[in-house]
Design a protein around this ligand. Structure first.
Ligand code: KG4
Ligand code: ZN
Length: 376
C-alpha cells in the first residue's frame, strides 16, 4: 500500500508569515508507527514573508505591528504556497498550523486562517507546537530516526531536547535568560551593526582578534546544561564604553575584535554545554548517536564548527539543516503536522492559540517572556 498525504502548513508565531506544502509518501501497512523509516517527505513549496523593515525603527519585534502584518499577509502567502506547489485546495489532505508558543496576535491570525480553510474545504486540522516544528526538521531534511539530541538555538529559544517521538520530548537544559540569537541581536545594536545581529557579528568577527577582549563564559563553572547569555551582552557594553572613553570612539578594528571575542564566548559556552547534554543523552541512548541543531543561530559557521567537533569527539553523527529550514518557516510545521496526523492526532474548531506551550511538560519553566514572546 502507498498513501500520499499532502499537507498545507501555516506559521505566524513571530515576525515571519509563512505557508508551505509538504507531501509525504507513506509506504506499507506500518506507516502509522514511523512512516519516516519507510517513506519520504518532499517540500513542494515554502513561502516566507519577513517583517524586518516594519520593526526596524523600534529595535525589536513590536507584537501589535507583527499581528497586523500577519493578518494582512497570511491569505496572500497561503495562495502563493499553493501556486508554487502547482496545487489547489482540493489536492490538500490536511491543514497544520502553529498554535503556539509565540506572540499571541500572530498565532491567532494563523489559527483563524487555518480554521477557515479547514471548515470551508472540509479538511482535517492539527495545531502544531512551533518548537516541535524546529525540533523535527532534521527528520524532514535528513530522514534521521528517533531518538536524537536536539540543540534548538534561535532568537527566541535555546534548549537541549531528547526527541523520542512527535510528542515525546525531554528537556535536558536551556537558557535561564536571553536566547543566543537575542544576545547576537542586542550586541549588534550596541555596536551599531545591522539587524539581524547574528550574520552582522559573524561577518565582523572574521577580521577580528578573538583573544583581545575576554568576555565571560556564563554558567560554565556550574554543573548541568543550563545556559545564560544576558551577562555576556552586559560585559560587552562595559567593554565598549571603556574603549570609547579611552580613545574617544571605536575603530573598525575595535569593533571587529569585540565581535570576535563575543562570538568566541558563545561558541565556548554552546560547545561545552552541548558536550554535557550529549554525555547525558548517550548514557541513555548509546546505540543511536545523533546530535542535531536547528534555529537561526545554527547558521553561524563558528558555532556549527564548535558543535561538529564536540560531536566527532563523541563519535556521533552531526545534522545541521540548511539555513532556510533552520530559521522560521512553514515547511517544518507542515512536516510536524504530517507526523501528527500519522499518529492519529487532530484538532477541531475549538483549537486556540497558546502563548506558552513547553515541549517538555514535566520539567519546570526556565525563563519568562522575551522580546519574541514566551520562550518555553
Ligand atoms: O529561528 P529564527 O529565524 O527565529 C526565531 O528566533 O525563532 O532565528 C533568528 C535569530 C536572530 O536572532 C538572528 O540574529 C540569529 O537567528 N542568526 C544568527 C545567524 N543568522 C541568524 N546568529 C548567529 N550567527 C548567524 N550567522
Ligand atoms: Zn522559531
Amino acid at each position: 500500500m502507498t498513501k500520499k498525504s499532502t499537507i498545507l502548513g501555516i506559521e505566524s508565531s513571530c515576525d515571519d508569515t509563512a505557508a508551505a506544502v509538504v507531501r509525504w509518501d507513506m509506504h506499507g501497512s506500518d506507516a502509522r508507527s514511523d512512516a519516516r523509516s519507510d517513506g519520504s517527505a518532499e517540500i513542494l513549496s515554502s513561502v516566507v514573508q519577513g517583517q524586518l523593515e516594519l520593526h526596524h525603527a523600534y529595535g525589536g519585534v513590536v507584537p501589535e505591528i507583527a499581528a497586523r502584518a500577519h493578518a494582512e499577509k497570511i491569505d496572500v502567502v497561503v495562495k502563493q504556497a499553493l501556486i508554487e506547489a502547482d496545487l489547489s485546495l482540493s489536492d490538500i489532505d490536511g491543514i497544520a498550523v502553529t498554535s503556539g508558543p509565540g506572540l499571541i496576535g500572530g498565532v491567532l491570525s494563523g489559527v483563524m486562517c487555518a480554521k477557515g480553510i479547514a471548515a470551508g474545504a472540509n479538511l482535517p486540522l492539527v495545531g502544531v507546537n512551533h518548537l516541535a516544528g524546529h525540533a523535527l526538521t532534521p527528520r524532514l531534511t535528513d530522514q534521521i530516526p528517533y531518538p536524537y539530541l536536539m540543540l534548538l538555538v534561535s532568537g527566541g529559544h535555546c534548549q537541549f531536547l531528547i526527541v523520542r517521538g512527535v510528542d515525546d520530548f525531554t528537556r535536558l537544559g536551556g537558557t535561564i535568560d536571553d536566547a543566543p540569537g537575542e544576545a547576537f541581536d542586542k550586541t549588534a545594536r550596541l555596536l551599531g551593526l545591522a539587524q539581524p545581529g547574528g550574520p552582522s557579528i559573524e561577518n565582523e568577527a572574521k577580521s577580528g582578534d578573538p583573544t583581545r577582549f575576554r568576555f565571560p563564559r556564563p554558567l560554565l563553572n556550574q554543573p548541568g546544561c543550563n545556559l545564560s547569555f544576558s551577562g555576556l551582552k552586559t560585559a560587552l557594553l562595559r567593554t565598549r564604553d571603556q574603549v570609547i572613553a579611552e580613545k574617544s570612539g571605536l575603530t573598525r578594528i575595535d569593533r571587529a575584535d569585540m565581535c570576535a571575542g563575543f562570538q568566541a564566548a558563545v561558541v565556548d559556552v554552546l560547545s561545552e554545554k552541548t558536550a554535557r547534554a550529549l554525555a547525558l543523552y548517550l548514557a541513555e541512548n548509546p546505540a543511536v548517536r545523533t546530535l542535531a541543531v536547528a534555529g537561526g543561530v545554527a547558521a553561524n559557521l563558528a558555532i556549527r564548527g564548535g558543535l561538529e567537533s564536540v560531536s566527532s569527539g563523541f563519535d556521533t553523527n552531526f545534522v545541521a539543516p540548511p539555513l532556510a529550514l533552520c530559521t522560521d518557516n512553514a515547511a517544518m510545521i507542515a512536516y510536524a503536522g504530517l507526523e501528527l496526523f500519522a499518529s492519529g492526532a487532530s484538532d477541531d474548531m475549538t483549537l486556540t492559540a497558546r502563548p506558552r506551550w513547553p515541549l517538555d511538560r514535566i520539567s519546570p519553566h526556565l525563563t519568562g517572556s522575551g522580546k519574541k514572546g514566551a520562550k518555553s
